[in-house]
Ligand binder design. Sequence first.
Ligand SMILES: [Fe+2]
Length: 292
Amino acid sequence: MKHQAETKHKAIQSIPRRLGILLILALLIYACAYGANNRIDISEYTYETDQLSVSFDGFRIVHLTDLHNKVFAQNNESLLREIRKLKPDIIVMTGDFIDASNHTNIDHALMFMQEIPKIAPSYYVYGNHEHILGKTVTEAFARQVTEYGVHFMSDEALQVPSKTGQTFTLIGLDDKSLQANILQKLVDESEDDFQVLLAHEPQYLENYYAETGVNLVFSGHAHGGQFRIPFLNQGIYAPDQGVLPQYTGGEYTSGSSTMYLSRGLGNSGFPLRLFNHPEIICVTLKTVTGGR
Ligand SMILES: [Fe+2]
């Protein structure tokens, strides 16, 4: 009887300890998940070319994508701080800043877009999510961000100048036009030898973008594969590519084209990333001998 009473007493005593361990475990998991979704990685690349004027040497292109209505700290202040620190010459954005799954918030996206052109000239193309919301939303959003000073680009090309006025061509391909033969026409009409493409979906690099001869491509859409396998630079799943996708994040080349694919900033329907921090890409152009 005495032995049974002691055992029961010990079991009762161990309950707070077990609860404590569970609480610590829960806090650890929460801290990991919070870090995985909120700590921003800055990925810096240098792109060497002999096809650009030396006036573009050191020109910095900051690339943002797939914000999906996420807000980093109060009014995105932590995200905006990271972007400012990079001292961009231009900021390019490749869509899905509005989410169309379960947390659509157009005001959140607009709040961010209002601040971006105050940092540097800014360019935006739509991803697939904005189009899910329909024409009324996309037209109103495009009008509003244009009022803020963002260059909203839907299947068009414009010239981006260096400080001394030489230019390269920036092409903005709308996600709804990916299957159409619009890109080749825009490349052919370009007045510059050097073209930079903004296109939301990366899986068309080999069979579409590179075939047109564009020099640089910025893309998103894959969200890094949502969950990443540490040390292998491999994501688990990406929309339109399926399981163990080819394009999830980083630098890719095909022919004479180089693509920078960002893992993006936010999440869509599935709310968690793993080993896959939100990412900002910054590409610095380096002109080498032979440049114009
Ligand atoms: Fe996305």
